[in-house]
Design a protein around this ligand. Structure first.
Ligand code: SF4
Ligand code: SF4
Length: 248
């Protein structure tokens, strides 16, 4: 899949979570709350954390889509050979710099914006940001109006057109609702890392994706951001994404 480059350099910034929601319900009887590394419940998500990703396009190969494969398997979504309307939580995008001819390949998913327009436009509150910066859709409150899809400049959200089979218990989906990357929130709440990040290292052997707490100066991601030149896609929009890129 090809796309056009449209990004501006970002300023290094430690982000602070500002969402009002702490524990949220994404399915009947299922409430997302923070847990410790061993999975023990420690309390609701708080603004103490700001979860994010750093993606090094220098390590990402155009021929590799292990992150996409892993996300599909993990979250139970797939296409129906209808690219215009198929779900797309994460996609590979190939960029070409028209001035230098340099090419880049990178995964693009929900950027988990600090100031998410998808949340601003949602008339029901289904589109929400947790206190730790993770942006989610509550499928039980979503009415499928798709305002959020129009508001998202990253085309990160999908509408579920088809009947759903093979749902995962931990990630319920719903026909007629909108969905997008959750940062594998259920994994994070158990002290784990997103499936795409895991696959990039373990399946692809590339280690192009780093996950961690942007608020913790001792985290690998914060240290890398402090010493490397990085970019956020369309930083000029002021949405302050939690996803950062290197090598663009
Ligand atoms: Fe919302 Fe799109 Fe930003 Fe994700 S990338 S938080 S869907 S505006
Ligand atoms: Fe998919 Fe999880 Fe990666 Fe988001 S963080 S793109 S939901 S695998």
């Amino acid at each position: 899949m090809s796309g056009t480059s449209d990004f501006t350099p970002s300023r290094r910034a430690l982000l602070t979570g500002a969402g009002a929601l702490a524990g949220i319900t994404i399915a009947s009887g299922v409430t997302l709350i923070s847990t410790g590394p061993a999975g023990a419940v420690t309390g609701p998500a708080t603004s103490k954390n700001r979860w994010g990703l750093l993606i090094d396009s220098n390590k990402c190969d155009a021929g590799c889509d292990e992150c996409v494969v892993a996300c599909k398997a993990e979250n139970g979504w797939d296409g129906h050979n209808r690219p215009e309307t198929d779900p797309q939580w994460i996609r590979k995008v190939n960029l070409k710099d028209n001035k230098t001819g340099a090419t880049h390949s990178l995964p693009v998913m929900c950027q988990h914006c600090e100031n998410p327009p998808c949340v601003d436009v949602c008339p029901t509150g289904a589109s929400m940001k947790r206190a730790d910066g993770i942006v989610l859709v509550d499928k039980h409150v979503c009415i499928g109006c798709r305002y959020c899809m129009m508001a998202c400049p990253y085309k990160a959200r999908s509408f579920v057109h088809e009947d759903i089979t093979g749902q995962k218990q931990y990630m319920p989906r719903g026909k007629g609702t909108v969905e997008s990357c959750t940062l594998c929130v259920y994994r994070i709440d158990e002290g784990g890392i997103p499936a795409c990040v895991e696959a990039c290292t373990e399946k692809a052997g590339r280690g192009a994706m780093t996950f961690g707490d942007l608020n913790d100066p001792q985290s690998d991601i914060a240290k890398d951001l402090a010493k490397r030149a990085t970019t956020r896609l369309r930083a000029d929009l002021g949405l302050a994404p939690g996803v950062h890129y290197q090598g663009l």
